[in-house]
Design a protein around this ligand. Structure first.
Ligand code: 0X9
Ligand code: CA
Ligand code: ZN
Length: 456
């Protein structure tokens, strides 16, 4: 079968941005727009990647070897994987003896109409681009001002705000009061979204959480109790530049990384989830090649977006104690609940005792029972190094999970681009798991019956 014409051919002709028709049109967006639409040299390199089905790999070690070509492993099935790779990487995988079959590109959701620049195609109009997501969040905050507030914690490479929304009730919490009579600090829980540009459903997950917390606080007992006794931080968009780039032309680009240029290379972007400062580049779970889907960056936290969020997390250390106790980093896809470490196949390691691992696994399996995802250690998939959850746990002792959202890996659900009709169902699907994490956050070891040993 002849592979479909690469999109490069169609997008080589620079398109002129048209009017923004009712969208926020500022000089800044116009400049960004022009930047994204021009740059033909860069897009020649970038758009050579496509997705392939690789039949043969069935163990984590074999999948790690496939990933070591620099491809990203997007889905894991029994005896096969789906990868995003350029032609050279696909050829290396072929030479490992596996069958490599090119898959169709991202779906055309144009409905025959042209999409607005920087917006989702018409058939996916219920997804939120960056400015729509920010407007939605601002409206939530305006509606629930005593419950939510927003902080700009820094800027992306291209200068977009990276925000954290703080959500906490007016209740004083249930924790034991310190002897000095001051209010007990509420345990804090962090939700991060959209490290990978094409994983747009994760931004919808953030919007769902804020809407759910806002609308149910004071009426739903479980939500009220949790928001009164916890501080929730939602960082809805770690990679706004990549997300906007992915949708900029009206046809999805399957972009993963941020949009930071790399010295001496025409290939842009760092894989944010390989750029965190814990065992960075240690173990064959990332790439040192700028063109790779899993390029780890020139140094830990070299990506401004990672530095911004890592600084924010460090800023939650108060009187020497990290206030954030638990976290979920949302990705797509495969329907998984993952826990650290990603850098080693071993269940336990320096910084991960058997009790730590058991607490992770017990809460992880319980969350997975509620949403129907598969629970496992992240390295059961393939080795990753410099991932956010390894850093949050290894460096900050935060019980950090990775959720891989809808669809599963069967190939039926649209991969990174499920239709917008599934947004409501697939975000609400994680409601119970999120509440479970909040409920466990004050003492994760309670789940293994060791509260007295670890949490007094
Ligand atoms: O490779 C990744 O970064 C994640 N998969 S994705 O398809 N969303 O890119 C999986 C990460 C698993 N490893 C850790 N969580 N450490
Ligand atoms: Ca639709
Ligand atoms: Zn991801």
């Amino acid at each position: 079968m002849r592979p479909p014409t690469p999109r490069t051919l169609r997008s080589r002709r620079p398109r002129r941005p048209r009017g923004l028709h009712g969208k926020v049109a500022t000089a800044a967006t116009a400049v960004l727009l022009t930047l994204a639409m021009a740059a033909p040299a860069a897009s020649r390199t970038e758009e050579r990647t496509r997705s392939y089905e690789v039949t043969g790999p069935r163990t984590a070690a074999q999948r790690t070897a496939v990933a070591a070509t620099g491809a990203s492993v997007d889905a894991v099935r029994r005896g096969s994987v789906v990868i995003t790779a350029d032609a050279a990487q696909a050829e290396r995988v072929r030479r490992m003896g596996y069958t490599v079959r090119a898959l169709p590109g991202p779906p055309d959701r144009s409905d025959g109409r042209r999409a607005e620049p920087f917006d989702f195609p018409p058939a996916d109009a219920n997804y939120h681009n960056y400015s729509e997501a920010m407007a939605e969040i601002n409206a939530d905050i305006a509606r629930y001002p005593s419950l939510m507030s927003k902080q700009v914690i820094g800027k992306s490479y291209e200068g977009r705000d990276i925000i954290a929304v703080k959500v906490t009730g007016t209740g004083t919490g249930t924790g034991a009061k310190p002897a000095d009579g001051t209010a007990a600090a509420k345990p804090e829980v962090l939700f991060t979204h959209h490290q990978h540009a094409r994983e747009h459903l994760t931004v919808e997950m953030a919007l769902y959480l804020l809407k759910e917390f806002g609308s149910k606080y004071g009426s739903d007992a479980r939500v009220t109790k949790m928001l009164d006794s916890r501080v929730v931080w939602v960082v809805p968009d770690l990679n706004p530049d990549g997300g906007e780039y992915d949708i900029a032309t009206g046809s999805y680009r399957s972009w993963r990384k941020n949009r930071q240029p790399n010295n001496g290379s025409s290939a842009r972007g760092t894989d944010l989830n390989r750029n965190w400062d814990y065992k960075w580049g240690c173990c064959g779970g990332s790439s040192g090649s700028t063109g790779s889907e899993t390029y780890r960056g020139s140094a830990p936290e070299s990506a401004p977006e990672v530095k911004v969020v890592a600084d924010f997390v460090r800023s939650r250390v108060v009187n020497g104690k990290q206030q954030i106790k638990a976290a979920i980093d949302f990705h797509t896809y495969s329907e998984l609940v993952l826990w650290p470490f990603g850098w080693t196949y071993n269940d336990t390691a320096p910084g991960m005792t058997q009790d730590d691992r058991d607490a992770f696994a017990t809460v992880g399996k319980s969350m997975a029972a509620s949403n129907g995802y598969t629970p496992e250690q992240s390295s059961d998939l393939y080795i990753t190094d410099g991932s956010i959850d390894d850093w949050l746990w290894g460096n900050q002792k935060i019980f950090a999970y990775t959720f891989e959202m809808y669809p599963d890996s069967s190939g039926a659900g649209g991969g990174f681009y499920p239709p917008d009709e599934v947004i409501d169902r697939e975000t609400a699907r994680n409601r119970d798991a999120v509440l479970q994490l909040l409920e466990n956050a004050d003492c994760m070891y309670r789940a293994i019956g060791k509260e007295a040993q670890y949490c007094r």
